[in-house]
Design a binder for this molecule. Structure first.
Ligand code: GAP
Length: 468
């Protein structure tokens, strides 16, 4: 179990999951690269999400819209005017802070409060004898809170020196705006009609004031979002349905109920009329933290885009002849944050009977980066290596498979345990020579550490049956 975010970050780098970006140049804060196992894990989480949010449902389709969108998109959506966080600077060490997060340390929830209110809270605290301090250097010399836009600008389409507020092409701050802009296209070209959903997985960018919690909060990240378009009368029912559906998704992939909870937002983002978060209790952060947002967005986005573009984004129900602008229920999940939650939940240090310990990533087999590892018992016996290579060649057709002939067999098991590989297959002398056991291999289970002897011919089926 990881007891701090630094420990999980160092583990992730050592094991080939996640690296700091541009490390040889001294890193780029708030940005991370994914290594081999991290990339595979991310793909598997994405696929699990698409499977349950799209494949398993008749009423949801998938799109992949561009990161760059017309500049007016973000004016219409309200992001240019309203998508900001309260920034406070330390005059002494120059560290930047988010005022609402600073105030959490003083037991105050200032989430989404206007700047004036935040500054008033800080002044009131001071009057009552509590001066807020810089958590880095302890100085009380802090600037007043000011608005800091989270939108990331690009210079696409215009030389940087002539960028004006009117022609800025932003990097998208949430993937769902690409869904709204394609609502009519999807409606006209796919066999869906309200109530229906559009799902999308892709990158989003935010100029986060602080990005100090590894991949929990970064400036470049991925979202898995679904916008469900329905008649206003159906919103309540659909909101409750998706609240439960999404909570069950985390449980399905191995997060225990006691590590999950809902958090109801009292102060809402500019677009939302109802908002709950799904929170996971991170061992590494010591508390429950948001991993997904569930928002009732009303017809805010479609109406705003109609207002700014002139395009009619409504729906004429052919059965009732009623024309209405669909209301939206949104599920918005941070892929990287959820990946962090799955690692945080699955990593265990176990005490073994012989007095030793082992580190193991007991992650759901569907999410595990590598499904099976194949070992020749000894590296210097060509017959063993050849046979193991044959087994590897068979398995790699169906499973993400790793071949490893390095070090003693115990060490190889441990290495696979650490990256969460559910099964290890060993080719030994019995496989080659034993009358009865010829062409059988041992299959070792990550969770039980028990070994079974299986015929090579039956391996593919065994693995398919045992990998959910
Ligand atoms: N479209 C709605 C929306 O974007 P949000 O609550 O701002 O809502 C949804 O973000 C999810 O995206 C969060 O629950 C979180 O998992 C993830 N997320 C947001 N900002 C992030 C960041 N800076 N780094 C990593 N993940 C982030």
């Amino acid at each position: 179990m990881f007891t701090s975010i630094d420990k999980i970050a160092s583990w992730a780098k050592d094991k080939g999951f996640i690296y700091p970006s541009s490390e040889i140049y001294g890193k780029l804060a708030g940005v991370y690269d994914y290594g081999y196992y991290g990339t595979l894990l991310k793909e598997n989480i994405k696929n699990a999400w698409v499977k349950d949010m799209v494949q398993a449902r008749k009423d949801i389709v998938l799109i992949d819209s561009a990161i760059f969108m017309h500049p007016t998109t973000w004016k219409a959506s309200g992001h240019v005017d309203n998508f900001d966080d309260p920034q406070i600077d330390c005059k002494h060490c120059k560290a930047r802070h988010r005022a609402d997060i600073l105030l959490e340390d003083y037991g105050i929830n200032a989430d989404k409060l206007p700047i004036d209110e935040i500054n008033k809270i800080i002044a009131d605290l001071k009057e009552k004898g509590t001066t807020i301090k810089c958590p880095i250097c302890g100085s009380t010399e802090l600037t007043p809170a000011k608005k800091f836009s989270l939108m990331v600008k690009s210079n696409l389409g215009a030389p940087t020196d002539v960028l004006s507020e009117d022609n800025v092409v932003y990097l998208r701050a949430e993937t769902c705006q690409g869904i709204y802009l394609n609502y009519k296209n999807v409606l006209n070209s796919t066999r869906v009609a309200p109530p229906f959903g559009i799902a999308q997985v892709g990158k989003a960018f935010r100029n986060e004031i602080i990005a100090r919690q590894f991949v929990f909060r970064t400036r470049e990240f991925e979202q898995m979002e679904m916008q469900y378009f329905c008649h206003p009368d159906l919103v309540k029912e659909k909101y409750e349905e998706f609240k439960e559906y999404r909570m069950n998704w985390y449980k399905k992939y191995g997060i225990p109920s006691e590590s999950l909870r809902y958090y109801k937002h009292l102060k809402l983002a500019h677009y939302a009329s109802e908002a709950y978060d799904i929170e996971y209790k991170f061992n590494s952060l010591g508390d429950f933290k948001e991993i997904e947002g569930l928002h009732a967005r009303g017809n805010w986005d479609l109406s705003q885009h109609t207002k700014f573009s002139g395009a009619k984004l409504d729906y004429l129900d052919p059965k009732t002849n009623e024309r209405y602008t669909p209301n939206v229920v949104e599920t918005s999940c941070g892929l990287n944050r959820v990946l962090l939650a799955f690692i945080d939940n699955a990593h265990k240090t176990e005490n073994l009977e012989d007095g030793s310990t082992r580190d193991v990533l007991k992650i759901d087999t569907r999410l595990a980066p590598i499904k099976v590892a194949v070992f020749p018992l000894l590296k210097n016996k060509p017959d063993l290596v050849n046979k193991a290579t044959q087994v590897y060649d068979i398995l790699k057709e169906d499973f993400m498979t790793e071949f490893d002939d390095n070090g003693n067999i115990g060490k190889r098991y441990r290495r696979q345990d650490e990256i969460g590989t559910p099964f290890c297959v060993t080719v030994d002398f019995e496989t080659l020579e034993n009358e009865e056991l010829k062409n059988t291999v041992t299959v070792r289970n990550r969770d039980t550490m028990k070994q079974e002897r299986i015929s090579i011919d039956a391996l593919d089926k065994y693995l398919k049956d045992n990998l959910k």
